[in-house]
Ligand binder design. Sequence first.
Ligand code: SAM
Length: 274
Amino acid sequence: MFFFMLQKFPNIKSAVINDLNSSLINAYQTIKDTPTFLVEELQKIKTEYDSIKKESDRKTFYLNIRTRFNRENLSAIENSVYFIFLNHTCFNGLYRVNSKGEYNVPFGKYRNPSIYDAETIYADSELLQRATLLNGDFEQIEKYVTPHTFVYFDPPYRPLTETSSFNSYAKEKFDDREQIRLRNFFRRLSDRQCLLMLSNADCKGADPHDTFLDDLYKDFYIERVYATRMVNANPDKRGFLTELLIRNYTTLRTDNKFISQHHSYEQSAYRKRI
Ligand SMILES: C[S@@+](CC[C@H](N)C(=O)[O-])C[C@H]1O[C@@H](n2cnc3c(N)ncnc32)[C@H](O)[C@@H]1O
């Protein structure tokens, strides 16, 4: 969403990206500040990896990098290189940590993983020049929000079933209490006249009795959209699923133009579900 928006709208002067994951934000910061150095270091690890021909040896190499990544006191560049390498060679491009906060995704067994793409890194670096990168809880973005701000929230999805509970992006669990805290924050920002969009899993689509998210966001516009789930351990479930797209505004088509109509939580007389 960030890269799409900044590419499509050159008039956007500044943007803020925030995430609790320090390695993710560190990787963006490295791409922003030192793309050439990053590409050189990524090329070194790629050359080493490509020279290993046996899958079992590649797996050993992967596990060594995973162990090093989990060590503290890495330099910013080492952390970024390992993060990007692991993301391209792990199982399904997942990011998952255990209760100690250690990255624990198994080896991906790909014949020819790309590791990195220099052109994308340079293009991203250019777009990131307009961004401020923050590493912390979502509530810290509040001070950046004005009536001219558009905020997109991409939170850990609420698990569709008890057993599919993949949302361990951090050692702190993003449970239903966190989903409620996020909705309260969404509501608070909405009263500031800014435009808000949030995506989440469609729990009701999977279980008609599970109306948790529909109830939580009942005062906003809830749209069900088809999304291809690429990150799912079960290939049968990687097809089309609906997801929720929640907004505090609606887009109306008038004279072939989209116009936004802001919806404040307070404007209860206009509450409408789509
Ligand atoms: C669905 S992922 C989105 C990832 C990100 N948008 C991207 O494309 O790289 C959910 C993200 O929420 C982050 N997260 C979890 N708890 C958070 C919190 N309390 N505050 C901010 N971010 C949080 C996780 O670290 C994870 O990266």
